[in-house]
Design a protein around this ligand. Structure first.
Ligand SMILES: *Cc1c(COP(=O)(O)O)cnc(C)c1O
Length: 379
Protein backbone atom coordinates (compact mmCIF):
# COMPACT_ATOMS: atom_id res chain seq x y z
CA UNK A 1 0.00 0.00 0.00
CA UNK A 2 1.21 3.52 -0.76
CA UNK A 3 1.72 5.51 2.41
CA UNK A 4 1.50 9.18 1.51
CA UNK A 5 -1.74 10.92 0.70
CA UNK A 6 -1.68 12.75 -2.63
CA UNK A 7 -3.92 15.42 -4.07
CA UNK A 8 -4.78 14.38 -7.61
CA UNK A 9 -6.43 17.05 -9.73
CA UNK A 10 -9.02 16.28 -12.42
CA UNK A 11 -7.44 18.61 -15.02
CA UNK A 12 -3.87 19.71 -15.77
CA UNK A 13 -4.43 23.06 -17.51
CA UNK A 14 -1.61 24.93 -15.81
CA UNK A 15 0.87 22.04 -16.15
CA UNK A 16 0.09 21.97 -19.85
CA UNK A 17 0.61 25.71 -20.19
CA UNK A 18 3.95 25.53 -18.40
CA UNK A 19 5.11 22.69 -20.68
CA UNK A 20 4.55 24.70 -23.88
CA UNK A 21 4.66 28.22 -22.51
CA UNK A 22 7.13 29.58 -25.09
CA UNK A 23 4.95 28.46 -28.04
CA UNK A 24 1.73 29.78 -26.50
CA UNK A 25 3.23 33.11 -25.52
CA UNK A 26 4.83 33.59 -28.96
CA UNK A 27 1.47 33.00 -30.71
CA UNK A 28 -0.38 35.40 -28.43
CA UNK A 29 2.34 38.01 -28.90
CA UNK A 30 2.07 37.62 -32.67
CA UNK A 31 -1.67 38.32 -32.59
CA UNK A 32 -1.29 41.27 -30.22
CA UNK A 33 1.37 42.87 -32.44
CA UNK A 34 -0.61 42.21 -35.66
CA UNK A 35 -3.52 44.38 -34.54
CA UNK A 36 -5.89 41.86 -36.19
CA UNK A 37 -7.97 40.33 -33.45
CA UNK A 38 -11.23 39.27 -35.12
CA UNK A 39 -11.48 37.26 -38.38
CA UNK A 40 -7.76 37.83 -38.91
CA UNK A 41 -4.96 35.75 -40.43
CA UNK A 42 -4.43 33.63 -37.28
CA UNK A 43 -8.01 32.36 -37.50
CA UNK A 44 -7.49 31.51 -41.19
CA UNK A 45 -4.30 29.66 -40.37
CA UNK A 46 -5.92 27.59 -37.64
CA UNK A 47 -8.94 26.79 -39.82
CA UNK A 48 -6.60 25.45 -42.50
CA UNK A 49 -4.67 23.36 -39.97
CA UNK A 50 -7.88 21.95 -38.48
CA UNK A 51 -9.27 21.00 -41.90
CA UNK A 52 -5.95 19.31 -42.79
CA UNK A 53 -5.97 17.44 -39.48
CA UNK A 54 -9.38 15.97 -40.35
CA UNK A 55 -8.59 15.38 -44.01
CA UNK A 56 -11.46 17.67 -45.05
CA UNK A 57 -11.62 20.75 -47.19
CA UNK A 58 -13.29 23.12 -44.75
CA UNK A 59 -13.12 24.14 -41.12
CA UNK A 60 -14.94 27.15 -39.67
CA UNK A 61 -14.11 28.57 -36.26
CA UNK A 62 -17.05 29.68 -34.08
CA UNK A 63 -17.65 30.86 -30.53
CA UNK A 64 -18.18 27.49 -28.83
CA UNK A 65 -19.23 23.88 -29.38
CA UNK A 66 -22.92 24.58 -28.80
CA UNK A 67 -22.97 27.25 -31.51
CA UNK A 68 -21.04 24.86 -33.79
CA UNK A 69 -23.96 22.41 -33.48
CA UNK A 70 -26.90 24.75 -33.96
CA UNK A 71 -25.24 26.84 -36.68
CA UNK A 72 -24.66 23.57 -38.56
CA UNK A 73 -28.32 22.57 -38.09
CA UNK A 74 -29.42 26.00 -39.35
CA UNK A 75 -27.06 25.82 -42.33
CA UNK A 76 -28.76 22.55 -43.29
CA UNK A 77 -32.23 24.02 -42.97
CA UNK A 78 -33.08 22.01 -39.84
CA UNK A 79 -35.71 23.85 -37.80
CA UNK A 80 -39.31 23.86 -36.61
CA UNK A 81 -41.22 20.66 -37.37
CA UNK A 82 -38.04 18.66 -37.93
CA UNK A 83 -36.72 15.89 -35.67
CA UNK A 84 -33.14 14.97 -34.77
CA UNK A 85 -32.23 11.65 -33.17
CA UNK A 86 -29.60 11.52 -30.41
CA UNK A 87 -28.89 10.10 -26.93
CA UNK A 88 -29.68 11.28 -23.40
CA UNK A 89 -26.30 10.43 -21.83
CA UNK A 90 -24.36 13.33 -23.28
CA UNK A 91 -23.54 16.84 -22.21
CA UNK A 92 -26.79 18.86 -22.21
CA UNK A 93 -25.62 21.04 -25.12
CA UNK A 94 -26.23 18.34 -27.74
CA UNK A 95 -29.98 18.48 -27.12
CA UNK A 96 -29.95 22.19 -26.33
CA UNK A 97 -28.51 23.00 -29.77
CA UNK A 98 -31.30 21.04 -31.48
CA UNK A 99 -33.83 23.10 -29.50
CA UNK A 100 -32.07 26.37 -30.33
CA UNK A 101 -32.43 25.46 -34.01
CA UNK A 102 -36.17 24.98 -33.31
CA UNK A 103 -36.31 21.23 -33.92
CA UNK A 104 -37.56 18.36 -31.75
CA UNK A 105 -35.13 16.01 -30.01
CA UNK A 106 -35.82 12.31 -30.25
CA UNK A 107 -33.86 10.25 -27.73
CA UNK A 108 -32.90 6.62 -28.18
CA UNK A 109 -30.80 4.40 -25.93
CA UNK A 110 -27.02 4.07 -25.98
CA UNK A 111 -24.98 0.92 -26.47
CA UNK A 112 -24.41 -0.94 -23.19
CA UNK A 113 -20.64 -1.06 -23.60
CA UNK A 114 -19.53 2.01 -25.61
CA UNK A 115 -22.23 4.35 -24.21
CA UNK A 116 -22.53 5.89 -27.70
CA UNK A 117 -25.84 5.79 -29.61
CA UNK A 118 -27.03 2.23 -30.30
CA UNK A 119 -27.55 2.06 -34.10
CA UNK A 120 -30.01 -0.80 -33.57
CA UNK A 121 -32.39 1.63 -31.82
CA UNK A 122 -32.39 4.35 -34.47
CA UNK A 123 -34.75 3.00 -37.16
CA UNK A 124 -37.68 2.65 -34.74
CA UNK A 125 -37.38 6.39 -34.05
CA UNK A 126 -37.47 7.56 -37.67
CA UNK A 127 -40.64 9.37 -38.83
CA UNK A 128 -41.56 11.47 -41.85
CA UNK A 129 -40.22 14.48 -39.93
CA UNK A 130 -36.78 13.04 -39.12
CA UNK A 131 -34.02 15.16 -40.63
CA UNK A 132 -30.80 14.12 -38.93
CA UNK A 133 -28.97 11.69 -36.66
CA UNK A 134 -26.62 13.36 -34.17
CA UNK A 135 -24.23 10.75 -32.75
CA UNK A 136 -22.00 11.85 -29.86
CA UNK A 137 -18.50 10.36 -29.70
CA UNK A 138 -18.87 10.06 -25.95
CA UNK A 139 -15.86 10.13 -23.60
CA UNK A 140 -13.48 10.04 -26.60
CA UNK A 141 -14.69 6.99 -28.53
CA UNK A 142 -16.45 7.12 -31.88
CA UNK A 143 -20.01 5.90 -32.29
CA UNK A 144 -20.54 3.12 -34.85
CA UNK A 145 -20.53 5.47 -37.84
CA UNK A 146 -20.65 2.69 -40.47
CA UNK A 147 -23.97 1.42 -39.14
CA UNK A 148 -25.27 4.99 -38.71
CA UNK A 149 -24.30 5.96 -42.27
CA UNK A 150 -26.14 2.91 -43.64
CA UNK A 151 -29.34 3.88 -41.84
CA UNK A 152 -28.97 7.51 -42.91
CA UNK A 153 -28.52 6.53 -46.56
CA UNK A 154 -31.52 4.22 -46.48
CA UNK A 155 -33.78 6.95 -45.04
CA UNK A 156 -32.14 10.00 -46.66
CA UNK A 157 -31.06 11.58 -43.38
CA UNK A 158 -28.26 13.96 -42.51
CA UNK A 159 -25.56 12.95 -40.02
CA UNK A 160 -23.85 15.52 -37.79
CA UNK A 161 -21.10 14.15 -35.50
CA UNK A 162 -20.88 15.84 -32.10
CA UNK A 163 -17.14 15.42 -31.74
CA UNK A 164 -16.62 17.76 -28.77
CA UNK A 165 -14.93 14.94 -26.85
CA UNK A 166 -13.02 12.90 -29.42
CA UNK A 167 -10.56 14.90 -31.51
CA UNK A 168 -7.98 12.45 -32.89
CA UNK A 169 -10.21 9.38 -32.49
CA UNK A 170 -11.02 6.95 -35.29
CA UNK A 171 -13.28 3.95 -35.69
CA UNK A 172 -12.70 0.49 -37.16
CA UNK A 173 -11.94 1.45 -40.76
CA UNK A 174 -13.32 4.99 -40.66
CA UNK A 175 -12.14 8.44 -39.64
CA UNK A 176 -14.11 11.22 -37.99
CA UNK A 177 -15.66 13.39 -40.75
CA UNK A 178 -15.51 10.59 -43.32
CA UNK A 179 -19.07 9.28 -42.99
CA UNK A 180 -21.01 12.41 -41.98
CA UNK A 181 -22.18 15.70 -43.42
CA UNK A 182 -20.44 17.76 -40.75
CA UNK A 183 -18.49 17.43 -37.52
CA UNK A 184 -18.65 19.85 -34.60
CA UNK A 185 -15.93 20.52 -32.05
CA UNK A 186 -15.64 22.37 -28.75
CA UNK A 187 -12.43 24.02 -27.57
CA UNK A 188 -13.56 24.99 -24.08
CA UNK A 189 -10.56 24.82 -21.74
CA UNK A 190 -11.11 21.27 -20.48
CA UNK A 191 -11.57 19.54 -23.85
CA UNK A 192 -8.65 17.51 -25.32
CA UNK A 193 -7.85 20.48 -27.55
CA UNK A 194 -8.77 23.40 -25.30
CA UNK A 195 -8.11 27.12 -25.32
CA UNK A 196 -7.97 29.54 -22.38
CA UNK A 197 -11.71 30.13 -22.52
CA UNK A 198 -14.35 29.16 -25.09
CA UNK A 199 -14.13 28.18 -28.74
CA UNK A 200 -15.62 25.79 -31.28
CA UNK A 201 -15.51 24.74 -34.92
CA UNK A 202 -17.32 22.94 -37.71
CA UNK A 203 -15.40 20.61 -40.01
CA UNK A 204 -16.96 19.53 -43.30
CA UNK A 205 -16.29 18.48 -46.85
CA UNK A 206 -19.51 20.19 -48.04
CA UNK A 207 -18.93 23.63 -49.62
CA UNK A 208 -22.58 24.58 -49.01
CA UNK A 209 -22.30 24.03 -45.26
CA UNK A 210 -19.01 25.93 -45.24
CA UNK A 211 -20.52 28.90 -47.04
CA UNK A 212 -23.68 28.98 -44.93
CA UNK A 213 -21.93 28.65 -41.57
CA UNK A 214 -19.39 31.33 -42.51
CA UNK A 215 -22.28 33.71 -43.15
CA UNK A 216 -24.31 32.72 -40.13
CA UNK A 217 -21.41 33.17 -37.68
CA UNK A 218 -20.82 36.70 -38.92
CA UNK A 219 -24.24 38.45 -38.96
CA UNK A 220 -25.29 36.70 -42.17
CA UNK A 221 -22.57 38.47 -44.08
CA UNK A 222 -19.94 37.24 -46.50
CA UNK A 223 -19.52 40.60 -48.17
CA UNK A 224 -18.96 43.85 -46.32
CA UNK A 225 -22.24 45.65 -45.44
CA UNK A 226 -24.42 42.93 -47.05
CA UNK A 227 -26.42 40.93 -44.50
CA UNK A 228 -29.11 38.31 -44.10
CA UNK A 229 -30.33 37.26 -40.65
CA UNK A 230 -27.50 35.44 -38.87
CA UNK A 231 -25.68 35.60 -35.58
CA UNK A 232 -22.38 36.65 -34.00
CA UNK A 233 -20.31 33.59 -33.13
CA UNK A 234 -16.67 33.90 -34.13
CA UNK A 235 -13.48 32.26 -32.90
CA UNK A 236 -11.14 35.07 -31.78
CA UNK A 237 -7.65 35.18 -33.27
CA UNK A 238 -6.14 34.99 -29.78
CA UNK A 239 -7.87 31.65 -29.19
CA UNK A 240 -6.94 30.53 -32.71
CA UNK A 241 -3.26 31.16 -31.92
CA UNK A 242 -3.48 29.08 -28.73
CA UNK A 243 -5.29 26.27 -30.57
CA UNK A 244 -2.81 26.35 -33.43
CA UNK A 245 0.08 25.92 -30.97
CA UNK A 246 -1.73 23.12 -29.12
CA UNK A 247 -2.87 21.23 -32.25
CA UNK A 248 0.80 20.44 -32.93
CA UNK A 249 0.85 18.48 -29.66
CA UNK A 250 -2.50 16.70 -29.88
CA UNK A 251 -1.07 13.38 -31.10
CA UNK A 252 1.53 13.26 -28.33
CA UNK A 253 -1.12 14.21 -25.75
CA UNK A 254 -3.52 11.57 -27.07
CA UNK A 255 -0.82 8.92 -26.74
CA UNK A 256 -0.25 9.99 -23.13
CA UNK A 257 -3.99 9.78 -22.38
CA UNK A 258 -4.02 6.28 -23.88
CA UNK A 259 -0.98 5.35 -21.80
CA UNK A 260 -2.70 6.47 -18.58
CA UNK A 261 -5.85 4.60 -19.61
CA UNK A 262 -3.93 1.37 -20.06
CA UNK A 263 -2.14 1.91 -16.74
CA UNK A 264 -5.56 2.29 -15.07
CA UNK A 265 -6.80 -0.81 -16.96
CA UNK A 266 -3.91 -2.96 -15.79
CA UNK A 267 -3.97 -1.63 -12.22
CA UNK A 268 -7.73 -1.99 -11.80
CA UNK A 269 -8.15 -5.33 -13.58
CA UNK A 270 -8.64 -7.22 -10.32
CA UNK A 271 -11.30 -4.89 -8.86
CA UNK A 272 -14.51 -6.87 -8.74
CA UNK A 273 -17.05 -4.12 -7.97
CA UNK A 274 -16.39 -1.89 -10.98
CA UNK A 275 -16.50 -2.13 -14.77
CA UNK A 276 -13.66 -0.56 -16.77
CA UNK A 277 -14.18 1.47 -19.96
CA UNK A 278 -14.72 -0.59 -23.09
CA UNK A 279 -12.62 0.12 -26.17
CA UNK A 280 -14.22 -1.40 -29.27
CA UNK A 281 -11.87 -3.52 -31.45
CA UNK A 282 -10.14 -1.44 -34.15
CA UNK A 283 -11.27 1.84 -32.57
CA UNK A 284 -8.93 4.50 -31.21
CA UNK A 285 -10.40 5.85 -27.97
CA UNK A 286 -8.80 9.20 -27.08
CA UNK A 287 -9.96 9.17 -23.43
CA UNK A 288 -11.32 12.66 -23.06
CA UNK A 289 -12.71 10.98 -19.95
CA UNK A 290 -11.76 7.69 -18.34
CA UNK A 291 -15.13 6.51 -17.04
CA UNK A 292 -15.55 3.48 -14.83
CA UNK A 293 -18.91 2.21 -13.58
CA UNK A 294 -19.71 0.67 -10.24
CA UNK A 295 -21.51 -2.63 -10.82
CA UNK A 296 -24.13 -1.61 -8.27
CA UNK A 297 -25.70 1.88 -8.46
CA UNK A 298 -25.73 2.16 -4.66
CA UNK A 299 -21.92 1.93 -4.70
CA UNK A 300 -21.40 4.96 -6.94
CA UNK A 301 -21.76 7.82 -4.46
CA UNK A 302 -19.85 5.84 -1.82
CA UNK A 303 -16.84 5.30 -4.09
CA UNK A 304 -16.95 8.89 -5.34
CA UNK A 305 -17.02 10.24 -1.78
CA UNK A 306 -14.22 7.88 -0.72
CA UNK A 307 -11.98 9.04 -3.59
CA UNK A 308 -12.72 12.71 -2.90
CA UNK A 309 -11.84 12.20 0.78
CA UNK A 310 -8.59 10.51 -0.25
CA UNK A 311 -7.64 13.67 -2.19
CA UNK A 312 -8.62 12.43 -5.66
CA UNK A 313 -10.84 14.82 -7.60
CA UNK A 314 -12.97 12.16 -9.34
CA UNK A 315 -16.24 13.38 -10.92
CA UNK A 316 -19.39 12.10 -12.71
CA UNK A 317 -20.17 12.53 -16.40
CA UNK A 318 -23.14 12.74 -16.41
CA UNK A 319 -25.05 11.85 -13.23
CA UNK A 320 -28.38 13.23 -14.51
CA UNK A 321 -29.18 12.12 -18.06
CA UNK A 322 -31.05 14.69 -20.14
CA UNK A 323 -34.40 12.91 -19.91
CA UNK A 324 -33.94 12.82 -16.11
CA UNK A 325 -33.49 16.59 -15.82
CA UNK A 326 -36.13 18.43 -13.84
CA UNK A 327 -39.35 19.07 -15.71
CA UNK A 328 -38.79 16.54 -18.49
CA UNK A 329 -40.67 15.88 -20.75
CA UNK A 330 -40.67 19.32 -22.30
CA UNK A 331 -43.88 19.27 -24.33
CA UNK A 332 -43.42 18.93 -28.12
CA UNK A 333 -39.70 19.50 -27.79
CA UNK A 334 -38.52 16.02 -26.96
CA UNK A 335 -39.61 12.43 -27.30
CA UNK A 336 -38.18 9.12 -26.11
CA UNK A 337 -38.39 6.04 -28.31
CA UNK A 338 -37.98 2.68 -26.59
CA UNK A 339 -36.39 2.17 -23.21
CA UNK A 340 -33.33 4.16 -22.11
CA UNK A 341 -32.01 1.57 -19.68
CA UNK A 342 -28.35 1.66 -20.79
CA UNK A 343 -28.12 5.45 -20.55
CA UNK A 344 -29.88 5.31 -17.18
CA UNK A 345 -27.44 2.71 -15.86
CA UNK A 346 -24.52 4.79 -17.13
CA UNK A 347 -25.86 7.91 -15.37
CA UNK A 348 -26.39 6.00 -12.11
CA UNK A 349 -23.04 4.19 -12.00
CA UNK A 350 -20.44 6.37 -13.77
CA UNK A 351 -17.31 7.83 -12.18
CA UNK A 352 -14.68 9.76 -14.17
CA UNK A 353 -11.14 9.30 -12.87
CA UNK A 354 -8.47 12.01 -13.29
CA UNK A 355 -7.39 11.93 -16.95
CA UNK A 356 -5.10 14.42 -18.65
CA UNK A 357 -1.78 14.07 -20.48
CA UNK A 358 0.28 15.70 -17.73
CA UNK A 359 -0.67 13.16 -15.03
CA UNK A 360 2.24 11.36 -13.33
CA UNK A 361 2.75 7.65 -12.70
CA UNK A 362 2.62 8.38 -8.99
CA UNK A 363 -0.82 10.04 -9.33
CA UNK A 364 -2.28 7.23 -11.44
CA UNK A 365 -0.85 4.54 -9.15
CA UNK A 366 -2.16 6.32 -6.05
CA UNK A 367 -5.64 6.52 -7.62
CA UNK A 368 -5.50 2.81 -8.52
CA UNK A 369 -4.35 1.93 -5.01
CA UNK A 370 -7.21 3.83 -3.38
CA UNK A 371 -9.83 2.23 -5.64
CA UNK A 372 -8.45 -1.25 -4.87
CA UNK A 373 -8.62 -0.42 -1.18
CA UNK A 374 -12.29 0.60 -1.53
CA UNK A 375 -12.97 -2.47 -3.65
CA UNK A 376 -11.63 -4.83 -0.94
CA UNK A 377 -13.88 -3.25 1.66
CA UNK A 378 -16.93 -3.20 -0.62
CA UNK A 379 -16.97 -7.00 -1.03
C1 LIG B 1 -18.49 20.29 -24.40
C2 LIG B 1 -19.58 19.68 -25.21
C3 LIG B 1 -20.46 20.44 -26.01
C4 LIG B 1 -20.56 21.94 -25.94
O1 LIG B 1 -19.42 22.64 -26.12
P1 LIG B 1 -19.32 24.16 -25.55
O2 LIG B 1 -18.06 24.63 -26.21
O3 LIG B 1 -19.22 24.07 -24.08
O4 LIG B 1 -20.51 24.91 -26.02
C5 LIG B 1 -21.36 19.78 -26.82
N1 LIG B 1 -21.44 18.44 -26.84
C6 LIG B 1 -20.63 17.67 -26.07
C7 LIG B 1 -20.76 16.18 -26.15
C8 LIG B 1 -19.69 18.26 -25.22
O5 LIG B 1 -18.93 17.49 -24.45
Amino acid sequence: MLATKLNVAFYGHVRQYHNIRAEIDAGIQEVLESGQYVMGPMLQRFEKELADFHGTKYAIGVGNGTDALWLTFKSLGIGRGDECITTTNTFFATAEAIWIAGATVVFVDSDARTNCIDPGKIEAAITANTKAIVPVHLYGQCADMKAIRKIADKHHLLVIEDNAQAIGAHGDGFRVAELSDAVTLSFIAHKNLGTFGDGGAIVTKDPQIDRMVRRLRNHGSDKRSCHSPGYNSRLDDLHASVLSAKLKHIEEWTELRRRWASRYNVGLASASNITLPYEAPGYRHVYHLYVIETKRPEHRDALLQFLNEEGIDAKCHYPIAIHQQEGFPWAHEARIVGTITNSERNAACCISLPMFPELTEEEVDYTVDRILEWDRRAQ
